[in-house]
Design a protein around this ligand. Structure first.
Ligand code: NAD
Ligand code: DAU
Length: 368
C-alpha cells in the first residue's frame, strides 16, 4: 500500500468543514471514510501520528475533501491557528492513547494526551467558540469520543452501564479517559460550551492496530503463532462494528443534545474465548490450513492483565430512542467482514509489523 504523505489543502472557508482529531487512528480513519460517503462537508484531520496513527488508513480518499495536519492536540498555538484558519462548525475528538496494556506499562503518555492534551484542546475550543457570533455559537458542536471503561467492571448479574452509572475507572487508560470526560462535563456546565460525550464499548473492524484482541488474534493465527488469551479467557466485552460506531457519532453530531452523554454499544456480549474461537472458525472457512489443522490448536492461555476488568456491557437505549440509531452489523457479520479484510490486506499489517510494533510485542508478551 502506498504511504499517503500529503493531502491537497481544502477550501478553508467552507463553513461546513469539521475538524477531526486522531483521524489517522482506527476509529478516526473509519469515521473520516464513512463521513465522506455520508456527508458533504470537508474534513480537516489533526493527528500527531503516534505509533497508532497511520496515513495508510486514509489511502484512496478524495484529497479535495480532506486536509491532513500533523500535530498535537496539546499544542496550543498550533490548535488556535488551525481553528482560526479552518473555522470548523464542529469538532470530533478521537485523539488519545487507547491501549490498556500500554497504559499499564507506561501511563505517562496517557496523562499527557488524554488529560493535559484534551484540557488544552478544550481551552482553545472555548476561546474559539466564545469569539463566534450568536448563530454560529448556537450550532457549533464538540463531540468527545470516550469509552465504557470509565464505568469500571460489572459482575455477571449486574445490569449494563447506563449514562447515569457511577464512574469507577480501573486502569490508567480508563482513569485518563474518565478525567477527560469530567473536563467535558465541567466545561459545558461552567462555560455552556456545546459538548456531547459518547461512551462506547469495544470496537472492531478494518484498520484496527494489531495490538488489540481481534486483529492480534487474526494476525497471529495467520502467522502460525500462539493466540495469547489472558487469564481464563472468560472476561466479557460488548462488541460493536466500527462503522456502526461512526454512524452513531454522526447521529450525535446531527441531533445530540449539548451537555448530554450517550452510551453506544452493540448489545453483543461475548467472552474473550468465544471471540477467539469465532475467529478461528471463520479462518478455517476462509483460509483452511493444510491437513485440516484447527487454528484453535494455537490458543495459549497466558498470565492475566493486572487489574483486568471482568465485564463491560452497554445499555444503548438512550441513543436508540432519542436519535433512532441502531447497529447494522451483527457480531457474526461484522466479524466475518473483519477477518476477510485482514486476510485481504496483509500488506497493511506487514508494514506495521516491520516497525516499532515489534518492540511492543517483546515488552508485553515475553514475561507472560
Ligand atoms: P487509536 O489508538 O487507533 O488512534 C488514536 C489516534 O490518535 C492515532 O492516530 C494517534 O496518532 C492520535 N493521537 C494520539 N495522541 C495524539 C495527540 N496528542 N494529538 C493528536 N493526535 C494524537 O485509537 P482508536 O481505537 O481509534 O480510539 C479512538 C478514540 O476512541 C479514543 O479516544 C478511544 O479512547 C476511544 N474509544 C475507543 C474504543 C475502541 O474499542 N478502540 C472504544 C471506545 C472508545
Ligand atoms: O471498552 C472499550 C475499550 O476497548 C476502548 O476504550 C479501548 O481503547 C480499547 O483498546 C478496548 O479496550 P480492551 O482492553 O477491552 O481491548 P483489548 O483489545 O486490549 O482487549 C480485549 C479483551 O481481550 C480484554 O479482556 C483483554 C483480552 N486480551 C487482549 C489482548 C491484546 C487477551 O486476552 N489477549 C491479548 O493479547
Amino acid at each position: 500500500m502506498v504511504q499517503v504523505t500529503q493531502f491537497t489543502s481544502v477550501d478553508s472557508k467552507r463553513k461546513r468543514t469539521i475538524l477531526v482529531t486522531g483521524g489517522a487512528g482506527f476509529i478516526g480513519a473509519n469515521f473520516i471514510r464513512t463521513w465522506l460517503d455520508a456527508e458533504e462537508a470537508s474534513v480537516v484531520n489533526l493527528d500527531k501520528l503516534t505509533y497508532a496513527g497511520n496515513l495508510d488508513n486514509l489511502h484512496g480518499l478524495d484529497r479535495t475533501r480532506i486536509e491532513f495536519v500533523q500535530g498535537d492536540i496539546g499544542d496550543v498555538s498550533l490548535v488556535k491557528g488551525l481553528l482560526d484558519r479552518v473555522r470548523p462548525r464542529a469538532i470530533v475528538n478521537f485523539a488519545a492513547e487507547s491501549h490498556v496494556d500500554r497504559s499499564i506499562h507506561g501511563p505517562d503518555d496517557f496523562i499527557a494526551t488524554n488529560v493535559v492534551g484534551t484540557f488544552r484542546l478544550l481551552e482553545c475550543v472555548r476561546e474559539y467558540w466564545q469569539r463566534m457570533d450568536a448563530s454560529e455559537r448556537e450550532t457549533f458542536r464538540f463531540v468527545h469520543v470516550s469509552t465504557d471503561e470509565v464505568y469500571g467492571s460489572l459482575l455477571a448479574d449486574e445490569v449494563p452501564f447506563r449514562e447515569t452509572s457511577a464512574f469507577q475507572p480501573n486502569s490508567p487508560y480508563a482513569a485518563s479517559k474518565a478525567s477527560s470526560d469530567h473536563l467535558m462535563r465541567a466545561w459545558h456546565h461552567t462555560y455552556a460550551l456545546p459538548i456531547i460525550t459518547t461512551n462506547c464499548s469495544n470496537n472492531y473492524g478494518p484498520f484496527q492496530f494489531p495490538e488489540k484482541l481481534i486483529p492480534l488474534m487474526i494476525q497471529n493465527a495467520l502467522d502460525g503463532k500462539p493466540l495469547p488469551v489472558y487469564g481464563d479467557g472468560l472476561q466479557i466485552r460488548d462488541w460493536l462494528y466500527v462503522e456502526d460506531h461512526c454512524a452513531a457519532i454522526r447521529a450525535v453530531l446531527r441531533a445530540g443534545k449539548p451537555g448530554s452523554t450517550y452510551n453506544i454499544g452493540g448489545e453483543s456480549e461475548k467472552t474473550n474465548i468465544e471471540v477467539v474461537h469465532a475467529i478461528c472458525d471463520i479462518l478455517e472457512e476462509e483460509c483452511p490450513q493444510a491437513a485440516k489443522q484447527s487454528y484453535r490448536n494455537q490458543i495459549a492461555f497466558v498470565k492475566d492483565r493486572p487489574g483486568h476488568d471482568r465485564r463491560y456491557a452497554i445499555d444503548a437505549s438512550k441513543i436508540r430512542h432519542e436519535l433512532e440509531w441502531r447497529p447494522i452489523q451483527s457480531f457474526e457479520s461484522g466479524l466475518r467482514n473483519t477477518v476477510r479484510w485482514y486476510v485481504a490486506n496483509r500488506a497493511w499489517t506487514a508494514r506495521i509489523l516491520s516497525g516499532s510494533y515489534r518492540d511492543w510485542i517483546q515488552t508485553n508478551y515475553s514475561a507472560r
